[in-house]
Design a protein around this ligand. Structure first.
Ligand code: GLU
Length: 316
């Protein structure tokens, strides 16, 4: 007789990059991933994605922690800071991932020249994730045969040239060929800075994250993440969910780039109510953040978000 395997506790996470304060878009992602994982009886981890030393700021990190606490979004366990884990990422690059990496010396100018003479549309033959990030130009693997010194150059990772599928709990079944869409992504810059895709893939595996709920803007990188986690022999993420992006009524995505207002947590209950409304969840009674979240967790449903790519901002 087969012994049933005891399912482990679901693990979700919120992984902000402290390149600015939380805005309504990032707050909505935090709230959705929190309510969703808690509705499954799981843990919610907080990981600060601060490997980009040029764009990240300690002050933003501190403000993010203050804001999350003011909103009652209390994480489980210790906060993880990627800037303190650079040795771990480099260890993976010099061991299990080493055969897949190669040094690259192409400058942006070299690549612009290449792309100007090659029609990307002919190369990008498949649809899938690409539709969320059009006109992405993939790397043509010009340096792979040169066997450049890996320590002295930026490092790329070979991504598979076949279609990878995953079932997105909000966006439906996704198929994409990461080599055709993204090309071999840079995982470490020449100055040693570790890129998002490597750090996030390794940490999601090392933290045994089972459920990832995040913004739709990251969906195009998911097949790359799946490939890197597999190559690093880390446990796969079981469930993916890419949330619709918040847009202004004119269709413009709310982001730090277009100066979305930082959230003001002086009235956290109003913010929670607004974010739940955007997420098309049933209304909750205006109360303390903790009581509102408890009600939101009990009522949480992904179904109103199904197949949606945008949530439109109507009120503030
Ligand atoms: N750090 C990313 C951001 O702030 C999110 C990464 C993720 O959730 O995988 O946009």
């Amino acid at each position: 007789m087969l012994t049933p395997i005891t399912p482990s506790q679901p693990i979700g996470r919120f992984a902000p990059s402290p390149t600015g304060e939380l805005h309504l878009g990032s707050l909505t992602t935090a709230l959705a991933s929190f309510c969703h994982i808690k509705s499954l009886g799981g843990k919610w981890l907080l990981r600060i994605e601060d490997t980009d030393t040029e764009r990240c700021d300690r002050q933003f990190t501190e403000q993010i922690l203050i804001d999350l606490e003011a909103l009652g979004l209390q994480w489980d366990g210790d906060v993880i800071y990627q800037s303190e884990r650079i040795d771990i990422y480099n260890d993976y690059l010099s061991s299990v991932l080493r055969p897949l990496t190669y040094g690259c010396q192409c400058s942006r100018k070299d690549l612009e020249h290449y792309w100007a003479h090659h029609d990307q549309d002919q190369l990008d033959e498949n649809e899938g994730a690409k539709k969320h990030l059009p006109n992405r130009k993939r790397y043509p693997r010009q340096c792979i045969a040169a066997e450049l010194d890996k320590e002295q150059h930026k490092l790329r990772i070979q991504l598979p040239d076949y279609r990878i599928g995953f079932n997105d709990g909000i966006q439906g079944l996704q198929w994409d060929n990461p080599q055709q869409t993204l090309g071999d992504m840079v995982v470490r810059r020449q100055d040693g800075m570790i890129n998002y895709i490597l750090a996030a893939s390794l940490d999601d595996g090392l933290q045994q994250v089972t459920h990832i709920m995040r913004g739709l803007d990251i969906l195009p990188m998911t097949t790359a993440q799946i490939s890197i986690m597999h190559a690093a022999r880390l446990p796969a993420v079981d469930y993916w969910y890419h949330l619709p992006l918040i847009c202004n009524p004119d269709g413009q995505k709310l982001s730090k780039q277009n100066l979305a207002q930082p959230i003001d947590t002086r009235d956290p209950s109003r913010l929670i109510a607004h974010a739940l409304e955007l997420l098309q969840q049933p209304a909750v009674d205006i109360d303390t953040p903790t009581n509102m979240l408890e009600q939101a967790i009990a009522q949480w449903a992904n179904s109103p978000l199904q197949d949606k790519q945008q949530m439109t901002l109507t009120s503030q």
